[in-house]
Design a protein. Sequence first.
Length: 232
Amino acid sequence: MKAFLLAAGLGTRLRPLTDRVPKCLVTVGGRPMLDLWLDALEAAGVGEVLVNLHHLAPLVRSHLAGRRGGPVVHLVEEPELLGSAGTLAANRKFVEHEESFLALNADNLTDFDLRVLIDAHTAGGAPATLSLFHAAEPSRCGIVTVDDGGVVTAFHEKPENPPGDLANAGMYAFTPEVLDLIGPAPRDIGFHLLPQLVGRARTVSIGDSYFLDIGTPAALASAREHWERRAG
């Protein structure tokens, strides 16, 4: 299996740290987020990963040049950001012969076993499977409503009045056919692609797995504290 690891974001909420460190190289537990993701992908049996770059791209290239072991990493630099869905569409040749592939937001910290997502997608037979978690602050997340069979009935991006607390965890399994639904860049998975999959996409819960978007200084501090306790 192959995966997209979406890592090109500017990390503006983490400035001034991200003025000198790309967000994917911010460390948690003494290790860059990028390395944590690559280890998780290797453990899940993913053989090749495409990582998109933009902000401080040379630093990411230099870091990965010293990495040993799998998976094989392909780097694609975006002079202008394409958006998460735009990156998938622009690099469709990477996965066009695959039965399915993963797409993951690199700025989330989790210990979720990606094999659970892969297995759910394989068993479900849907064009898309997305992972969900229970959000403490639903109005700050992409909220998903599902029917009794786990099929998506609606998406609500950062709703003022959330219809529930099931939130999109930014970890997806797709079949290549969904790439036909993506228009010209920039395009976002949450805003532009997922709404077209209502009634077709299936879901899987991350259960008790840890999950946090490290996009703010407070969230990063919390993530580091958790990871240190976990390691201890």
